[in-house]
Design a protein around this ligand. Sequence first.
Ligand code: FEO
Length: 405
Amino acid sequence: MEKVELQPDIYWVGAVDWAIRNFHGYITPRGSTYNSYLIMDEDVTVLDGVKLDHADTQIMRINRYVEFDRIKNIVVNHIEPDHSGSLGHLVKLAPQATLYMTEKGRKGLSRFYDTSAWNIKLVKTGDTLSTGKRTLLFVETPMLHWPDSMMSFAKEDGILFSQDGFGQHIASAQRFDDEFAERASWAELEDAVWDYYANILMPFGSIIKRKIGEIRKLGLDIRMIAPVHGIIWRKDPGWVVKAYLDMAGGKADERAVVIYDTMWHGTRKMAHSIVEGVREEGLDVKVLDLKATPVSEAVKEFWRARGVLIGSPTLNNTMMPKVGEFLTYLKGLRPKNRILGAFGAYGWAGGAVKEILEMGRNMGLETVEPGFQVNYRASAEDEAEGFEFGRGFARRLREYHRNFS
Ligand code: FEO
C-alpha cells in the first residue's frame, strides 16, 4: 500500500474512488477521493473520516502506521457523510479517542449516527489541540459549505486541513499538485477546481472572501493545503487561494456558452446561426446540448464563461424540462456577474424564452432582452436574424465584461 507523506510523520490515509460518476446528482467523470490524514505525534491524531464504503481502505492505511489503540484524537472538520461515513468504525476501533468538532458538527452527527457513546469535545475558532510536538489550530468556516464546517491548521508544519474547500473531484494515482501537473495535466486540475467551486461553492463567494481575509489576519504561514477531495496543494497553495478569490470576485473568461435543448431541431438550428454571430465578433464560444450534457457540467461551463445563451423550444407554454432542470439548479447556486440571453423555436404560442429571461432577471443576472424566437424552423431570413442576435449578444457581453477587468 502506498505511503504518502505530507511532512515528516504526517500521512495521507484516505481512499481513491475511481468508480464514482454520480455524487448526489453532481456528475463526476474524473471520480474522486476522500482524503484523511494521520499525524504520528505523541498523541496520534486522525483528521476526517471517509465515505462508508471506503472505510476498510482508510482503516488499512491507518494500520500501516499505527495500532488503533494508540489513536488519541479524531478531528472532524466536516460531517457530510462522504467524510463522516467511516467515523463509527474508527470509534469502535479506537473507543478511547476524543473527537473534535464544532457545535453544529455535534448536532448534525447525532442526526446521522448514534453518537451517544462518542467522546466529543467542541471547538471554536482559535482553540488549539496539542498533539505533542505539534499544535492544531481550529478555524470555524460555517457555510463553507455546511453549517458545521471547520478547518484545522497544523502550525509547525504549515498545513491547512481545509475539508471541502480547495478540493476537486479527481481520482488519480497522484496525491500532490506538482505530481499531477507533471504526470497528468495542470489544465485538468484547474478545470476541476472551477468545476468543484461552481457546483459546491458558487453560492458562498462573499463568505469565501471574508473567511480568507480572516485566515490571513490570523497570520498563518500556510505552506500546504490539504483538502478532503482530490489533489493536495504543496507546490503552490497560493495559486488555489487566488483562484478562489478571483472566482468569488467575479472572474470569468470573456466568452460565451450556448446551452440548449431541442425538440425537432428548430432550436438547435437557431443555436448554430447564433454561434456564427458570436464568433463573427471574435468571441470564443462553446455549445452544449442538455440531452448530452450533465447539468453539473453545464453549470461549470456557465461559470467559466462571462455570458450564457439559453435555448429552449416551447413545450406546453413553457420551457423544456431539461432547461428547467438546469435553471432550477443554477438558481440554487445564486450565480452572479454573468450575462444571459435566450432563444428558442415555438409552434403556436411562445413562452419558453420569456420564462428563461424572467428566471435570469430573478436570479439577478444581466439579461439581454428581448430574446430571439422563431416559428417552427428558421428560414434563411431567420438565420440571418439569429446571426445578428448572436453578434448583438457578443457585443453586450464584451461591454459587460469590462466591469470586471
Ligand atoms: Fe465532500 Fe461536503 O462533503
